[in-house]
Design a binder for this molecule. Structure first.
Ligand code: SAM
Length: 265
């Protein structure tokens, strides 16, 4: 039975309550600091100021990043991994901090969203990617290479992931696709492990972790999003099913040779 712990509050404070080396994998989707009058986006074909919410406006993003990443590293198991998503507004800062804290950067994964909205402005290229840093404390970290290969139709998985942007009908403005989290959790943890998300938003990481029979700890500062996440995760059945990558797996005959059955992982 998975253990699920959800807490409402500031992750910087709540993380201090977690013991050292107590989680196996961390997925963090922190504020990107891309909101504000100067940043624009397209909504219903019109150019509007980008406003994800007050939580996305942080005066010293670098200082904030260093604080939460340090705390994550304290609670991460020695063979655990941390996966951090971001855009150009935030990923240079995250990269510098990972290096400064002496972490081993395993991969920079490019998440390519073919269905990203077009850009009305003709001053730059239309953004359609996010970057996910994958790092660990030591070079001996858990990574499920074989499952990655299976999910990639029997070929070695590369660091360019094409996954469409997709909302799962919550009010949260930056809800991540469950498909993305399914891949991350399958590669970075095993059944019974504890997955932690310090910025859980609408609870996408929690839903997928629970479905895949991992324990989950999630923190969220906004009462509105916390409630959404709580309801969403509580509703999710614990069934071990791989929902989004299942088709790929079934198509892959190698899986049957490897696992004997398609439902074992
Ligand atoms: C980019 S969103 C995460 C979205 C999430 N991955 C999902 O799929 O819904 C970041 C979230 O972090 C929350 N947040 C911001 N600062 C926080 C803090 N100090 N502690 C806890 N949560 C925080 C915001 O309210 C927001 O919901």
């Amino acid at each position: 039975m998975s253990k699920i712990i959800l807490k409402l509050g500031d992750s910087l404070k709540l993380m201090k309550e977690l013991p050292e080396k107590s989680v196996n994998m961390i997925f963090a989707d922190p504020p990107y600091n891309l909101s504000g009058k100067k940043h624009q986006t397209v909504k219903s074909g019109k150019m509007v100021a980008c406003d994800k919410g007050d939580w996305d406006i942080i005066s010293d993003i670098h200082e904030f990043n260093e604080k939460w990443i340090k705390e994550c590293i304290r609670i991460l198991a020695d063979n655990g991994t941390i996966w951090i998503s971001g855009t150009l507004h935030n990923h240079p800062s995250i990269g510098v901090i990972l290096k400064k804290l002496g972490l081993w950067i395993i991969n920079d994964i490019i998440w390519y969203k073919r269905n990203a909205p077009p850009l009305l402005s003709k001053t730059r290229l239309a953004p359609s990617t996010e970057l996910i840093w994958l790092a660990s404390k030591t070079k001996k970290y858990y990574f499920d290479y074989d499952t990655a290969k299976i999910l990639n139709g029997g070929k070695q998985m590369r660091n360019l992931w094409e996954i469409n942007a997709q909302r799962h009908k919550t009010k949260h403005p930056t809800e991540k696709p469950e498909k993305l989290l399914e891949r991350i959790i399958l590669l970075g943890s095993k059944e019974g492990d504890t997955v932690f998300d310090p910025f859980m938003g609408s609870g996408t990481t929690g839903i997928v972790a629970k479905r895949l029979k991992r324990n989950f700890i999630g923190f969220e500062i906004s009462p509105e999003y916390y409630e959404i996440a709580q309801k969403r995760i509580n509703k999710e059945k614990l069934n071990g099913h791989i929902v989004y990558s299942d088709k790929l797996i079934k198509q892959n005959k190698q899986l049957k040779l490897f696992f004997g059955t398609t439902s074992k992982i």
